[in-house]
Design a protein around this ligand. Structure first.
Ligand SMILES: Nc1ncnc2c1ncn2[C@@H]1O[C@H](COP(=O)(O)OP(=O)(O)OP(=O)(O)O)[C@@H](O)[C@H]1O
Length: 257
């Protein structure tokens, strides 16, 4: 679906088993430059997928490639790690740090040299609208500002693969909108995966993956996802908002299996 857009992620027949339980059960999809919204209920396997992509969780079987680098090879994994940005579901901060120190520290962890660090940190703070808060301690920030700090940490080394686990969870509508705009802009230069329970987050997406019980119920462009509503809306005379359409598509996709 997206292989022509560069920075290609290929996931093929991915299985992650915890004892007898399958967190991922033969998952296959592709993603390229843009924003892939990974939608699914609690326990669908979103965090497990993201932890595999971040190199933090073990695959039981299956293939993961990013720009041809294979996660099964030590050198492949090393290459992906260098160009990967990950925001975990519950980011861990040294809350005594200022925002500037937190982002600078993330750059250092990613091996960014002292010479480039200042410019990259400035750019990450700008991209996440944190420049004015740079000297504020992380512990004094709102939830939304902390989420943006975590995103700034994830993108400071300008990764080509960006994995954001529920970046909009528990944000108020204004902060949610701000984070969606940041994500949308990131998708112009990187392959960005964003997990969510909320269909309104599709505003920032170019592509959609619907997960349930560790399998893909839908994988394709947002336009193709919208097409899934046609049957549902044949009897619906009132024009639907984007959100209505996405909700209907999600219901149609989930009812289809
Ligand atoms: N370390 C683990 N040990 C045992 N089972 C696990 C482990 N991690 C995940 N699971 C199970 O795998 C399944 C997928 O979990 P996962 O956290 O990936 O789902 P999720 O879609 O991210 O859910 P949520 O939206 O609640 O974060 C669940 O049934 C979960 O209980």
């Amino acid at each position: 679906m997206t292989t022509t857009r560069g920075h290609t992620l290929v996931v093929d027949s991915l299985v992650v088993r915890h004892r007898r339980r399958h967190a991922l059960d033969g998952l296959s999809f592709e993603a390229g430059r843009g924003v892939l919204a990974v939608l699914g209920p609690n326990g669908a396997g979103k965090s497990t997928l993201f932890r595999v992509l971040a190199g933090l969780a073990k695959r039981t079987s299956g293939v993961v490639l990013f720009d041809g680098d294979d996660y099964r090879d030590r050198s492949g994994l090393r290459a992906v790690r260098a160009t990967l940005g990950f925001q975990p579901q519950a980011p861990v901060f040294n809350t005594g740090f200022t925002v500037l120190e937190a982002v600078r520290y993330a750059a250092w962890l990613k091996g960014v040299g002292r010479r480039e660090s200042a410019a990259l940190v400035d750019r990450a703070l700008g991209a996440t609208h944190l420049t004015d808060l740079a000297s504020r301690q992380v512990r004094r920030l709102s939830g939304g500002q902390q989420k943006r700090t975590a995103i700034a940490q994830a993108i400071v080394h300008e990764p080509h693969l960006v994995v954001l686990d529920e970046p909009t969870a528990s944000l108020d509508p204004t902060e949610r909108q701000a984070v969606l705009e940041i994500i949308s802009r990131l998708g112009r230069r990187a392959t960005v995966l964003v997990s969510t329970h909320i269909t309104s987050d599709l505003a920032a997406a170019t592509d959609v993956l619907v997960l349930d019980a560790g399998r893909a119920q839908f994988s394709g462009s947002k336009r193709d996802f919208r097409e899934r509503t046609h049957a549902t809306h044949a009897t619906d005379a009132t024009p639907a908002t984007d959100l209505d359409v996405w909700e209907a598509a999600y219901a149609a996709v989930r009812g289809a299996t």
